[in-house]
Design a protein around this ligand. Sequence first.
Ligand code: NDP
Ligand code: OXD
Length: 305
Amino acid sequence: MSAPAYWAGIWAEPLAKGGIDLVVHGRDPVDPNTIEYALSFRPPPGLLGTLPKLKAVFSLGAGVDGFLADPDYPRHVPLVRFVDDTLSREMASYVVLHVLLFHRNQRALDAAQHQRIWLQSMLPRRAEGTCVGILGLGEIGTLCALRLRDLGFQVSGWSRTRKTVDGVISFAGAGEFDSFLARSDILICLLPLTPETSGILNAKTFAKLPHGAFLINAARGGHQVERDILEAVDAGQLAGATLDVFETEPLPDSSPLWSHPRITVTPHIAAISDPVASVRMVIEGIRAFERGERPANVVDLARGY
Ligand code: NDP
Ligand code: OXD
């Protein structure tokens, strides 16, 4: 097995108990002919294609774009992605936090406090009068939708296939994208990064939102065109944005996003996979493959997620 170094300490014991030997790429001597399972988040391009005995790959993250961007990914090898309730809950708390910071004008109230201004004129709108649109109604998007619905927001979601989620309006497919955007006062991106979704957060998309909409991207930097976000915010088409992910990570020091007064930057920490839950997924997954079964959450490589 190959794994990134910094979690190896946590994994060594449970894996050994499961009868699985762990070798760490870049730390241990590795005979490529002995590796049957690989575990990673963003493997060095080309590496997985050099392992002739590879039976399956486990992604430490929910998103698998880091694997599929590698033209040498061995496409006959199943890829299992990380799906975990705790991860979804952490993502939902990030999303709810940033929806409310915007919706309740908290940034402006903070600024007023620093100037000792009693800003009672800035009354929060009612959640019931605000429409939140979620791009991607999958594991994470659905939980976010439910949390925001329960806070009273009008919530809709956009996905490839139609969904039935109580109290959430479902838009599906490219044909319903514009109607979905037209009602999204707050747009949240929770899509996987695929060739279809790459660059989806662009000037054309922003122009279809209500004037003064707010953007939250907690999915992938490849979804966003940062120049277009800056232009849309400066023009007022977007009231602001919260971004957890970036075209280049870490966000370069020279990026104007760092200092823009209406943009919040967080360092790809909306949710961090739990190493204990991920090792559990790996052990259960390996057992399933060894029994000749297919574990849950095997990625559809043709779809890209
Ligand atoms: P899922 O695969 O469960 O959900 C993906 C959703 O996107 C599905 O509803 C799917 O539609 C929809 N979708 C995919 N392609 C399209 C398309 N072309 N058009 C319309 N809808 C589409 O993913 P998760 O919810 O588990 O994760 C979502 C993403 O969140 C991850 O891929 C990752 O990039 C990001 N993430 C970021 C983290 C962070 O810390 N910032 C942490 C964890 C995840 P359908 O249901 O019809 O298939
Ligand atoms: C993930 C991530 O995809 O942390 O899980 O970005």
